[in-house]
Design a protein around this ligand. Structure first.
Ligand SMILES: [Zn+2]
Length: 471
């Protein structure tokens, strides 16, 4: 095997990597990336990197959206342990639940983050090494990923200028709403008139009550001569255009990531650094009439990319099936850092992916994944390779009109169009029993409350009516 200067020890199994980069691409669903089969070439640079990596075909974000998902990613624990189930709620992560930057910092790592989540996500980073970023917010002027790159590269320079091994967390936001990719990306996947008055495909979108003001602020083209005049803004009417803006935002971010990869290559860091690329959750476009946000425990939101790159140590060019989860990321990082004992001490629910990657096996780390959301809607679910059960837990506003019980056959119906809950009640009962047994076991193990029962949804309305274009 190849032994690089930054690797220590001699056998592959025991090799310890010196430096680690965890990249979270907020709101990037796997199915919209070309390396996961999307029809648009959205991610050519990530695709090229993935060819020299291990790509996990089925990584699940079990607890959506941003705050619960990143907490899961950072702690290796599920929501029943870390209790962070809502977005922006008042509950803070308990101090006895350690995050990966805290654990690595304790082990002597130099830790840096380009991130603006704040709260408990800054634990484990010295103040000067946890930096946010700002971008312009004018129409088509937000060059988000470039702003993140600038902060990221400053921090990576700092990390490389000192002697300790280092960990970097880099958080990109481009596919998050509002999708307003800069020129020339905006027209990359769309040609037509997005404001065609004869196109009625957006009518249902604008009537989605909690989001109507927000959508009418965002989904309109200003008059170039009078850009702030609401009366002169033209609402988008073509849903295909909104979908294309999501893809274009991804393509812009991908182009910016190429700059980061080039920087790492030029520094001699790309070969021997453990580089993990993932997303906190995906996005619902127009698939289930939940419209351009990340609620709904569907694959659009729960199926996220996971790419692990380190050609010096990890056999490249593998695509591994089997269910894995964001919960597995922290134990994987600790494994490659020679700190498996720390993962055990912290009683992480996730499992290291190292063995799967070294053996090239498609077993995944679990047979079933417990899913939750408690942001705009309140649901829980149970997912296996073949099935997904979604259960209303009380508290989802009626405006979303989602069924109380949903069952999808993910092998036959990967888009989750046909709800089989009524016709396959034997499967429903079996999955419900599996979920109940899991819950009972975990609740007695943690001795903590069930956060789905204990906590309320936090998201009810978005947007500024005074800035919304009239319908
Ligand atoms: Zn997010």
């Amino acid at each position: 095997m190849w032994l690089g200067g930054n690797l220590t020890r001699t056998s592959e199994r025991n090799s310890v990597l010196r430096n680690i980069i965890l990249i979270s691409l907020d709101t990037l669903r796997a199915s919209s990336m070309s390396c996961y089969g999307h029809r648009n070439l959205t991610t050519p640079h990530l695709d090229a990197l993935a060819e020299k990596s291990v790509l996990f075909e089925k990584c699940i974000s079990p607890h959506i959206p941003t705050h619960p998902a990143h907490t899961t990613m950072f702690t290796g624990k599920d929501v029943l342990s870390h209790q962070i189930i809502t977005q922006g709620g008042t509950l803070n992560l308990a101090t006895d639940v350690q995050t990966i930057p805290e654990l690595l910092s304790e082990a002597g790592y130099f830790t840096v983050a380009a991130d603006n989540l704040g709260r408990w996500f800054q634990r484990g980073f010295p103040e000067a090494q946890y930096r946010g970023y700002q971008w312009e917010t004018g129409y088509r002027k937000a060059r988000k990923a470039e702003a993140v790159n600038q902060t990221a590269i400053e921090l990576l320079d700092l990390a490389q200028a000192q002697d300790k091994p280092w960990f970097a967390f880099l958080h990109y936001w481009d596919p998050h709403t509002p999708y307003l990719p800069p020129l020339p990306f905006e027209r990359m996947f769309y040609s037509g008139d997005e404001c065609d008055p004869n196109n009625r495909s957006m009518d249902a979108v604008y009537t989605c009550e909690p989001f109507t003001d927000y959508f009418r602020q965002w989904m309109c083209t200003p008059d170039p001569a009078d850009p702030d005049n609401i009366a002169k803004k033209r609402l988008w009417t073509d849903r295909r255009y909104v979908n294309a803006q999501y893809d274009a935002s991804i393509a812009y971010m991908d182009a910016c990531l190429a700059q980061l990869f080039r920087y790492l290559h030029d520094c001699g860091q790309l070969e021997e650094t453990l580089l993990i690329i993932t997303a906190d959750h995906g996005e619902e476009l127009d698939e289930h009439e939940l419209w351009y946000d990340h609620h709904g425990l569907y694959e659009t939101n729960c199926h996220v990319p996971l790419i692990v790159h380190c050609p010096a140590l990890i056999h490249e060019g593998q695509r591994l099936g089997g269910l894995v989860r964001l919960t597995d990321i922290a134990p994987t990082i600790l494994d490659y850092s020679g700190l498996t004992a720390v993962a055990e001490r912290e009683k992480m629910e996730g499992a290291s992916l190292r063995g799967l990657m070294e053996k090239g096996t498609h077993d995944g780390t679990t047979e079933g994944v417990y899913l939750t959301e408690c942001g705009w809607m309140k649901k829980r679910g149970w997912q296996t390779q073949k099935w997904k059960l979604i259960v209303e837990t009380g508290g989802t506003p009626a405006v979303y009109r989602t069924p109380d019980l949903e069952l999808y056959d993910l092998e036959e119906d990967p888009d989750e169009v046909y709800n089989l809950a009524e016709e396959a009640d034997d499967v429903v009962e079996r999955l419900k029993a599996d979920m109940a047994a899991f819950l009972q076991h975990r609740l007695s193990e943690t001795g903590l409350p069930d956060p789905t029962v204990e906590q309320d949804i936090t998201m009810r309305r978005i947007g500024d009516k005074s800035k919304a274009v009239p319908l």
